[in-house]
Every structure is written in structure tokens, then in C-alpha cells.
Design a protein around this ligand. Structure first.
Ligand code: ACO
Length: 399
């Protein structure tokens, strides 16, 4: 492996023979670096996550989502004038074109909102040509449009799906509060808006995760930011990644009461099934974002009353501790996020779109970083099929 890695680094010897390639192969690219990055850092043994060097706990406590987006994209916290300009640009671009709304109106009501979001984001690129991806102004306007418009798209689809008209954005509300307003038509309780803003911070970025990787692969072909974001949205949707938040809530409902947690876990683990919201490729301790989400859930419960599902979740976590902690499997970010979103009145199939509203920041930060020093992603594979096979005409084939 070490020899193979040395050869890969040497531009004259970059092709490995089949034995060397087999030695390097790591399913799911586990442990294989796919990029150099200055955006975020995590230590999965210590439960540490930082964006541009700043710990997630400090950002959750002291920053806002929009300031965090600025930090991720531009590398530094903004001063007041820079933040005001960025915020004003975002507010000015919250509206979506009526053709985007019309496009979503034509989608089936029973479809998943993540599919609607992916379709709408891909279509955005047709309205805002942005092919010259190395142009700094194009980069800036693509970032602003995507960050600003994703909440409007998600809220519009949520309303149209149930037969209501979309509500236009309200300029004097901040990002999270405006999203809740566009969903419900009412300015939200400041505590609820603040909790959602912190949730967006927690989900904004997470090193080389599956959706970021898929966005980077697309970015490396010099596709525009809308195409990059729609690739990443498709990848986020799966239940092993962002889709887990919705699955966790369905699972907690199925368990129903804390007393059923043990039997549920035993029956699932006996069949080899995964428990949604537990485990992470990188964290081998409890995800620091899950710890923060738990305290946010408690803040909401203090105001609005406890959610019965929270007690079920705590029981699952307790039962899982004895069975799964030895494998380094603990709650991840998705384990408690659904309970928080549910308390805000967000429907379960909109949990993952809310994740996308946040993670677009990380995808775009990686997009900007990638195209500064681009190298198209083109890995290799280990061919395990046959060689030199004869073509047999159809009349000579038997089933
Ligand atoms: N429930 C039960 N067992 C688990 C779980 C789980 N959720 N997660 C991991 N394990 C066990 C595996 O069965 C395996 O055990 P074994 O060694 O005895 O076979 C061991 O822990 C290692 O698990 P892998 O699946 O190899 O770990 P990997 O790094 O490939 O997978 C993943 C990580 C996909 C997140 C996995 O933990 C999982 O499927 N979790 C449930 C889905 C989920 O919550 N996804 C959201 C992740 S966070 C995010 O993307 C935002």
C-alpha cells in the first residue's frame, strides 16, 4: 500500500498494475483522501468539528447561519459592512421566478420534496447562465442565488403540495425566520427561528461527506453551481445520508413508547438492519452536533411542552449504548434533528430539504475551492469480468 501510494504521487508512475490497484482498493473510499481542503475539520475520536478552525459549539452559540455561510465560502468571519452587504444581496435574491413555481406545480403531490427541490435547482441554472465558473462574479452570484432561493423553493413546494399558494419572502425577516414565515404565513416565535438558525449552522458543512463528494465530482467537470447543487441534493436524499432524519422519526413513531425500545433494537439487530440516526463513518463517539441538537430540543420543550418521541429517542440511545457503543456507533446529527423539526411543525418529508437549505453552503464552499485548483475526478476500478469473450448470435443463445 505504501509503495503504491508513493508511485501514485509520482507523475511518471501514476498507473498501478492490477495487484497494486487491488492493494489500494477501499470500498466506499473509506480512509482515502479525495481532496485537500481548508473548509472544515473533524476528529471522530474526540467528537470535534470546526468550520474554518472555529469550533461548532462556538458557532452554534454565537454566530448566525448567514455569517457561517460567509465564513465557509470566503474563509473568514465578515466585518459588519461585509455581512450587511452579503445579507442584503441574499435578501434581494430570495424570490423565485414564476416558471420555477409552475414547474413544481406540475410535479405529483405524492412525490418526495427532495425530488422537487432537485428538479427546481437544476432548472434554476437555465435562468441564470453561469458557465464561466472561474469568474469570481459568477461564483458570487451563484452562491447568493442558491443560498437565498433554496428556502423559497422548499416552502413554495410545501404549500403548493397541500393546495395553498406560495407566500413571497419577507425582507425584514432573517433567513430562518423568513423560511418559517413562507411555510406558515406567520412570523415565527423568535425562539423557534433562533433554534432553526442554529440547526442550519450545524448542518452547513461536514468535510468530505457523500453529497459534498458527489457535488465535487460534478464541479470537477466545470459544470455550473446549479448543476453541482442538484447533484449533491440527489445524493443527500438517500437514507444512509441526509434522508436518515426522516427515517428516524418514522422509526420512533413505530417504536411508539420508551418501553418498546429494547425489543425493537434486538429484533432489528438480529436481522442485521441498521438503526437509523446511529453510526457515522467518521465519528466513533457521539456526534457533537447531536449533543447540541439535544439541548435545542430541550429549549423548545421548555416553551412548547415535551415531545413524547423524545423519550423514545432517549430510550433507543440508552439501549443502543450497550449493544453498539463497542463498535463506535453512537447518535449522529440526524438522530435528534427530526424531533426538533417536528416540534416546529415541519412535516417529516421536509426534514431532508431543510438539511439541503443548510448544506448548500458547504457544497458551494467546496465548489469554489475545487475550481481554484481543478483536476477532474476520474478514479479507476478493478475489473473483475471476463476477457476475450466471443459474440454469439441470438439464435445460438439459450436462456
Ligand atoms: N445500526 C446498527 N449497526 C450499525 C449502525 C447502525 N445504525 N451503523 C453501523 N453499524 C455497525 C455495522 O453493522 C458494522 O458492524 P459489523 O462490523 O459487526 O459488521 C459496524 O457498525 C460498522 O458499520 P459500517 O456500516 O461498516 O460503517 P460505515 O462507516 O460504512 O457506515 C453509516 C456509516 C452509513 C452512517 C452507518 O452507520 C449507517 O447506515 N447508519 C444509519 C443511517 C444514518 O443514520 N445515516 C446518517 C449518517 S449522518 C449523515 O449522513 C448526515
Amino acid at each position: 500500500m505504501a509503495e503504491a501510494a508513493r508511485r501514485l504521487k509520482n507523475p511518471d508512475t501514476q498507473r498501478l498494475d492490477s495487484t497494486e490497484a487491488a492493494q489500494c482498493y477501499s470500498p466506499g473510499l473509506e480512509g482515502i483522501p479525495a481532496a485537500r481542503s481548508k473548509i472544515s475539520y473533524l476528529d471522530g475520536q474526540k467528537g470535534l468539528l470546526a468550520y474554518r478552525g472555529i469550533r461548532i459549539e462556538a458557532l452554534a452559540q454565537r454566530s448566525t447561519f448567514i455569517e457561517t455561510v460567509y465564513l465557509l465560502i470566503f474563509g473568514d468571519l465578515p466585518d459588519r459592512p461585509a455581512l450587511e452587504k452579503f445579507n442584503a444581496d441574499l435578501v434581494a435574491h430570495r424570490q423565485i421566478k414564476f416558471r420555477i413555481t409552475d414547474l413544481m406545480k406540475c410535479l405529483p403531490e405524492g412525490g418526495h420534496p427532495m425530488d422537487a427541490l432537485q428538479a427546481a435547482v437544476a432548472a434554476l441554472g437555465m435562468f441564470y447562465p453561469a458557465k464561466n465558473v472561474k469568474d469570481r462574479e459568477i461564483q458570487y452570484s451563484s452562491v447568493v442565488r442558491l443560498v437565498a432561493k433554496l428556502p423559497t423553493i422548499v416552502a413554495a413546494y410545501a404549500r403548493m403540495r397541500r393546495g395553498d399558494n406560495p407566500i413571497p419572502p419577507q425582507d425584514d425577516l432573517d433567513h430562518a425566520a423568513n423560511f418559517l414565515y413562507m411555510l406558515t404565513g406567520k412570523a415565527p416565535d423568535p425562539l423557534v427561528a433562533k433554534v432553526l438558525d442554529v440547526c442550519l449552522i450545524l448542518h452547513a458543512e461536514h468535510t468530505m461527506n457523500a453529497s459534498t463528494f458527489s457535488g465535487l465530482v460534478t464541479a470537477s467537470t466545470l459544470a455550473d453551481a446549479y448543476t453541482v447543487a442538484s447533484s449533491a441534493i440527489g445524493t443527500l436524499m438517500g437514507p444512509l445520508h441526509g434522508g436518515a432524519n426522516e427515517e428516524v422519526l418514522l422509526m420512533l413513531r413505530e417504536i411508539g413508547a420508551p418501553g418498546n425500545a429494547r425489543a425493537y433494537l434486538e429484533s432489528q439487530l438480529a436481522t442485521g438492519a441498521k438503526i437509523m440516526g446511529l453510526g457515522h463513518r467518521e465519528y466513533k463517539v457521539k456526534d457533537p452536533r447531536a449533543v447540541i441538537l439535544q439541548s435545542l430540543a430541550k429549549e423548545l420543550f421548555a416553551r412548547y411542552g415535551k415531545s413524547p418521541l423524545y423519550e423514545v429517542a432517549e430510550a433507543v440511545e440508552r439501549e443502543a449504548l450497550t449493544r453498539l457503543a463497542p463498535k463506535g456507533v453512537y447518535p449522529n446529527v440526524d438522530f435528534y434533528s427530526g424531533i426538533v423539526y417536528q416540534k416546529m411543525g415541519i412535516e417529516p418529508d421536509f426534514f431532508t430539504p431543510v438539511f439541503a437549505i443548510a448544506r448548500v453552503a458547504g457544497w458551494l464552499a467546496h465548489w469554489v475551492e475545487q475550481i481554484q485548483d481543478n483536476h477532474i475526478f476520474r478514479p479507476t476500478e478493478i475489473y473483475e469480468g471476463v476477457h476475450d469473450r466471443e459474440y454469439r448470435p441470438i439464435e445460438q443463445r439459450s436462456s
